[in-house]
Every structure is written in C-alpha cells, then in structure tokens.
Design a protein around this ligand. Structure first.
Ligand SMILES: Cc1ncc(COP(=O)(O)O)c(C=O)c1O
Length: 431
C-alpha cells in the first residue's frame, strides 16, 4: 500500500508562531503577501562561519541587498562581496568598512574601478583586459596608495560542472575568470604587479558536493604555491566564493559551515596555518533557510479537472526557480485563515497547482502537488526563500514587492525590516 503523503510540509516551530502573530496583528489586512525572517537563525549561521573559518567571512550582497539585513551582517562580523557598482554603493551605505568589501564582477567599468580602488576595496580582476584598465588606473596612484591596495585575479580552475550546469561557474568554458590554461600569463601578471596579493575562485554553490569545491581549491592552491615560491609569498589572501549548497528538500541545514571548514582544514591546511588570510563569500548558505514568503490565497478555481489556487507569490519573487523550472522544487505549507497548519487529514488531499500572479501560464509556485483542500483566505508559506528572492524581484506586470518582517523568537514580536514597495515607487521606475 502506498498511503498518500501530503506535500503541505510540516515546518519549524517559529514559522507556525510567526504566521499566527501576523494574523493576530492584522498584517494581511493591508498586505496580500510578505517575507518573514528569523534573524536568530542567520546570527547563528554567521557565528558558526566566523568561528570555524577564521579569516574574513563576507556575505554575497547579491543574495539579499536589503539595507537592514546588510546591517545585520555587519553586526554579526561579516564583510560584503559585491558584484556591481549598485551593490557596492549599497554595501557602503550599510556601513561596511571598505577593506571588508570585495568587488567581483566580470564587467566593471573604468569609472567603477576607480571608485572602488580609491575607496580601498579588495578588487578581484576577471580578465586580462580588465587588468590592463586597472594597471593604467593604479599607475596614477602614489607609491603609498599602491602599497595599500589588495587585488586578486579570479582564477577559473576549469573543473566539471555540478548537478546544475547553469549554476556552474568554473567549467572549462566559463564566462567567469581567467582559465588555468593561461598559467604563464597569470604568473607574469603577478610578477608585474606587486599589488596583486590575492587569488580568487568561485565554481558555483547549488548542486555542488563539498568535495568538488574543495578539489577546485586544491587545484588553485597548487598554482598559488608555485607563484609564491617564485615571488616570495606575494599572494597572502586566498578568496573562495560561495561553495555551500542549500538543502531545499527538508527543514534541515545540510551541509553546514562546520562540515565545510573541517573538509578545508583536512585537505588544504595551508589556509589555516597563518600563510594566508582566508576570505569567503557565502550567500545562500547564510540566508536561504532563514526566510519564507507567506501569501494569502486570493481565489481558488477548477479548470477542466485541474485544482488551482491563485497566490501573490510566483515569478515576481521566485524568478530563478519559476523561469528555470524545475531547477529545484520549493516546498510549501498550507495554513488556514486562523494560521492553523493544514495537513489534509480532515478534508483529504487533492492534486493542486499554486498559481502565481503573473501573466504567463508557467507561473506556478507549485505544480501538481498533493495538498490539503486549499480554500480562499488560506495562507501559503513558501520555504527557503531567504536568498536570491527579493534581490531578483521582477517588475513584470508591475506587481509591488512585499514588506519584510523579522519574527523575533525571543520577544515573539514582529519587527519591520523593510517596508513594502509603494505604487509611487513602481510608477517612478517606469517614468
Ligand atoms: C563570486 C561569487 N561569490 C559568491 C557568491 C555567492 O554564492 P552563494 O550564494 O551560492 O553562496 C556568488 C554567487 O553567484 C558569486 O558569483
């Protein structure tokens, strides 16, 4: 016998309490959908990363560029990895020290580079043409300023893709970084420029086993050691981007920063013996599991034999998952109008689609899931949405971005992190 299992998943206690608090406070009277965070979970993750990895842990701003959440990262001892001028300005505004801002990106303009270098950020160079631009800029700096700079080359270790090819940034033909095949040119660049004190790599995170990331680190470390023998330990900063996959299948965080650090310590001990400052740039590992999106069910209907519930979260918020379906499945939980979890025991289970608000047929947050009867005014909670959701927000159909709240598990109160977008802000964008 194969008993039917509800795909309205049980979830952590704070999520139950938070949705009930939102209902009690009447939040959904004004807002059809919201984001909810548990910042204690983020704080614990930042602490775990800092304690186990030492060096400088930065947060990838692209995953969550919300001012108050960036401030939270600062308060928890993180620096910032930025991938554009916009992210750089946001990081500066949040208050990150320039020396703790790492500027990556394959397309930094001369003006942007001048700004970042004058500010004193660490800059990772993506390609040889960018290096030429930087060499010209730096030649105009004083010797003292030149000596204060830290730049790195982003080396592409040219390794196999992970399970998700589209998220694999270290393959032999990647658009990111300088391939190891240019070994001689890489060595020459370090020889020419004493301010090249760092090395950077990032092969992707989601869909990678820790072992693959560590193998890529080992490969780059071999090159770095060779360069350091020749150039008297010129490279003193080893910068690893991302690398930790997120478990979207259950409520459990796996793998952990501790496990990752332990693998690195075992396989690349040089990173921890004082030879290098280790810089990391995690994004999803810190944030994805700390946040959920909750939407009211606006309407339900059947079309042919298809059960459909229409909700406010779809391709507007979950751009990468909806447009790249089925890159990975987002788990959902259904709650009734009073905030009680629905497991389907009372009313049975029905194959249902949760349809997003956008004008295209594939805008489905959940497709053909076995769910309890979903009724008008129920709530749908979408899990593991704390990273790369609000940051990838889509203006398509001019739907307003939701407000963000922290559910404080100590006081059991809601704290506003960011107001929802206003119609005026949306009109301004298109005006
Ligand atoms: C250079 C770099 N560093 C860090 C990250 C953050 O990766 P993740 O959020 O997967 O940890 C990315 C993600 O795209 C990246 O490109």
């Amino acid at each position: 016998m194969n008993p039917l299992v509800s795909e309205s998943v049980e979830c952590l206690d704070w999520k139950h309490k938070a949705i009930q608090k939102c209902i009690e406070k009447g939040i959904f009277n004004d807002e059809p959908y919201i984001m909810l965070y548990n910042l204690e979970e983020f704080r614990a993750k930042a602490k775990e990363a800092n304690e186990n990895l030492k060096g400088l842990q930065t947060m990838a701003v692209k995953c969550n560029p919300v001012l108050n959440l960036l401030k939270e990262a600062i308060n928890n001892g993180l620096g910032a990895e930025v991938a554009s001028y916009g992210e750089l300005i946001m990081a500066e505004r949040a208050g990150f020290e320039p020396s703790k801002i790492i500027f990556d990106s394959p397309i930094k303009t001369k003006k942007e580079l001048e700004y970042a270098l004058n500010l004193g950020c660490v800059v990772n160079v993506d390609n040889f043409q960018e290096l030429e631009v930087i060499e010209k800029i730096i030649s105009g700096f004083s010797a003292e300023k030149q000596a204060s700079l830290t730049l790195g080359l982003r080396i592409n270790p040219q390794v196999d893709a992970g399970k998700l090819e589209d998220l694999s940034t270290g393959v032999p033909t990647s658009k990111f970084g300088i391939g190891m095949e240019y070994r001689d040119e890489i060595v020459a660049a370090y020889k020419r420029n004493s301010w090249l004190k760092a090395v950077h790599l990032h092969i992707g995170s989601q869909g990678f086993e820790m072992d693959q990331t560590v193998c890529a680190v080992e490969k780059v470390m071999t090159l770095v050691k060779d360069i350091n023998v020749e150039l008297k330990q010129q490279i003193s900063v080893f910068n690893i981007g991302g690398g930790l996959s997120v478990n979207f299948d259950t409520e459990v965080t796996t793998p952990t920063f501790t496990q990752y650090a332990n693998q690195l310590k075992q396989r690349v001990p040089e990173l921890f013996d004082g030879s290098f400052l280790l810089i990391t740039e995690f994004g999803r590992g810190y944030w994805a599991k700390c946040g959920v999106i909750v939407s009211t069910v606006e309407y339900t209907k059947t079309s042919g034999n298809r059960n459909i519930a229409i909700v406010h979260v779809g391709g507007n918020m979950c751009v990468r998952t909806i447009y790249q379906h089925p890159i990975w499945k987002l788990r959902v939980s259904i709650f009734d109008g009073k905030g009680q979890f629905k497991d389907g025991e009372q009313d049975g289970l029905y194959v249902t689609d949760l349809a997003g608000p956008l004008c295209f047929a594939a805008d489905l947050i959940a497709k053909q899931r076995l769910l309890p009867l979903v009724s008008q005014s129920d709530y749908v909670m979408v899990h593991d949405c704390g990273a790369y959701m609000i940051s990838a927000y889509s203006h398509y159909n001019l739907r307003l971005a939701p407000p963000i709240y922290n559910y404080n598990i100590n006081t059991t109160e809601l704290e506003l992190v960011k107001k929802g977008e206003t119609i005026q802000q949306k009109v301004d964008f298109f005006s």
